[in-house]
Design a protein around this ligand. Structure first.
Ligand code: ZN
Length: 253
């Protein structure tokens, strides 16, 4: 029975991520993402059912739109595979629970931010507000009102810490190196993590982002990499691995 659920979560993750890609592509451009989701974004040709199947349609069409032969952005199948994997892993890890809901919320946030931050270097405020509200509601039922207040306070603390890091980085590098959205993201992290794990998430994100930014620097001669996806990926690693401060201290000593 569990295998069947895992397959269901994989398919659901792929389909939902496919929709989130459309949101990620269209929201920053203020294009309606509910209407006309089943059209090619280049030639506007209406897509058939089989052209909308996540992952598979990309493979069978060789990564091109059947009608205008334009390349379908590679980020779409990548997000679909990531979403499918994260959804099934979340179910495998948490079963039916509030923690599953939190894992799914953080995973879907990762997919949307991956698209908006890589493509436009922004994370729309509307996305952050919606996820903030959803996480607060889920945590209210998950940990109760008292613990929720603690998490909101943690979020504010992490927000201030990240803001200070941003100011320091600006002074050190004499240019903007972190976005305001990265600072706001830290508030969301406080809603699901303890303070120390929130701080560790910044550290993990920096460690993963460093080789990627060097690669981008060598390949594209660009200093700009979106940091948001790395931050959220760090939270996913922390949540899915179930690591705690005690375990980290145990490893270190
Ligand atoms: Zn097309």
């Amino acid at each position: 029975m569990e295998k069947l659920y895992l397959i269901c979560f994989f398919i659901f993750g792929a389909v939902f991520s496919s929709f989130l890609c459309v949101v990620g592509f269209r929201l920053p451009q203020k294009i309606n993402f509910v209407k006309g989701t089943s059209r090619c974004d280049t030639c506007y040709h209406k897509l058939h059912f089989f052209e909308k199947i996540p992952i598979l349609s990309y493979i069978f069409q060789g990564g091109k739109c059947k009608w205008c032969k334009n390349q379908i952005p590679i980020i779409i199948p990548v997000c679909e595979i990531l979403g499918a994997t994260l959804f099934s892993l979340a179910f495998y890890r948490f079963g039916f629970s509030y923690n599953l809901l939190i894992a799914l919320l953080i995973s879907t946030l990762f997919i949307v931010v991956l698209v908006t931050d890589v493509k436009y270097f922004i994370i729309p405020d509307s996305i952050l507000i919606i996820y903030g509200i959803l996480l607060i509601v889920v945590q209210y039922f998950n940990v109760g009102p008292k613990e929720l207040l603690y998490h909101i306070a943690t979020g504010i603390g992490l927000f201030i810490l990240m803001y200070l890091i941003m100011i320091l980085a600006e002074k050190a590098f004499k240019k903007e190196s972190l976005g305001g959205a990265d600072v706001k993201l830290l508030f969301l992290f406080g809603l699901v993590l303890d303070p120390m794990l929130g701080i560790i998430s910044i550290f993990i994100a920096s460690v993963i982002a460093l080789p990627v930014s060097l690669l981008v620097l060598v390949k594209n001669k660009s200093h700009m990499i979106p940091f948001g996806p790395f931050l959220i990926l760090a939270v996913i690693i922390i949540l899915y691995s179930g690591i705690t401060i005690d375990k980290i201290l145990n490893i270190l000593t």
